[in-house]
Design a protein around this ligand. Structure first.
Ligand SMILES: O=C(CO)[C@H](O)[C@H](O)COP(=O)(O)O
Length: 262
């Protein structure tokens, strides 16, 4: 693979590279899932190998666990780590209050548990993920397979009662079979268009029997690192209201690319 990155990968890379600056020796770090989070895992792997960084990483999916192990990161379970200093993860959408939609990669349940068990959550995203209001990206909810069609009907009924406009609820597929999460569940994608009150929707969805968790992350994210295709990165901190700008160069590294050879 050549060292040339597409603008979108450059944006994901700089967001990830900026976020790993928050990782300190000895930390217990939640490792997110998805293509942006994979850049973060590669950056951490390089810091472990090249700089002797010692961290314990808690992955949020079997995919991330495999990548982290391959790159030499010490992987432990959440129960072993118990509590985390920091989680770094991607997102499908984020708004001005740093509320998120996650779960496009199907890992929302472990991602939410891990992020909630962390002192701090940093989201890494290219600027295309920023929205004025959440909901253009279909909202994933994880449901148990038993009676999933009944669960879907109950969710649809609930959306009608809440006067939510778009109510198309689809079962996520993997080829010709329902997608199965790491926890053995299915995913329903809610095509809503715009979510007027994400906090309320999140609470109500989780009360439907059969729904395990939803992909709305409310008041969980502290910082977002927003990457741009030209190498700029903006760090927005919701707690102190600061916005900082930086520019990072992509330096081709065999280590960073070692898992991208296909
Ligand atoms: O929530 C997620 C996985 O469940 C991902 O963080 C989200 O889908 C973003 O993925 P990507 O960085 O590939 O765009």
């Amino acid at each position: 693979m050549s060292g040339e990155l597409s603008p979108i990968d450059q944006a994901k890379f700089v967001a990830a590279k900026k976020a790993v600056e928050y990782v300190e020796d000895g930390m217990r770090v939640g490792l997110g899932t998805g293509s942006t989070a994979a850049w973060m895992v590669r950056c951490l792997g390089e810091m472990v190998r090249e700089d002797g960084l010692r961290i314990k990483g808690v992955p949020t999916s079997t995919r991330t666990a495999a990548l982290a192990q391959e790159l030499g990161i010490d992987v432990v379970s959440l129960d072993e780590a118990k509590w985390l200093d920091l989680t770094i993860d991607g997102a499908d959408e984020f708004d001005g209050e740093l509320n998120l939609i996650k779960g496009g990669g199907g890992a929302l349940l472990q991602e939410k548990i891990v992020a909630t068990a962390s002192d701090q959550m940093i989201v890494i995203a290219d600027v295309g993920k920023e929205v004025e209001s959440l909901g253009h990206f279909p909202l994933p909810i994880e449901v148990i397979p038993f009676g999933w069609q009944t669960t879907r009907a109950l969710v649809e009924e609930m959306l009608v009662s809440m006067d939510v406009l778009g109510r198309d609820v689809t079962l996520r597929m993997s080829g010709d079979r329902p997608y199965v999460t790491d926890e053995g569940n299915h995913i329903l994608d809610l095509h809503l268009g715009r979510i007027g009150n994400p906090r309320q929707l999140s609470m109500v969805l989780n009360q439907v029997p059969g729904v395990v968790e939803n992909g709305l992350f409310i008041d969980i994210c502290d910082i977002v690192c927003v990457g741009y295709g030209d190498g700029r990165v903006e760090v927005r901190d919701i707690n102190d209201g600061t916005v900082r700008q930086d520019r990072l160069d992509f330096v081709e590294s065999d280590n960073l690319f070692s898992d991208l050879s296909d």
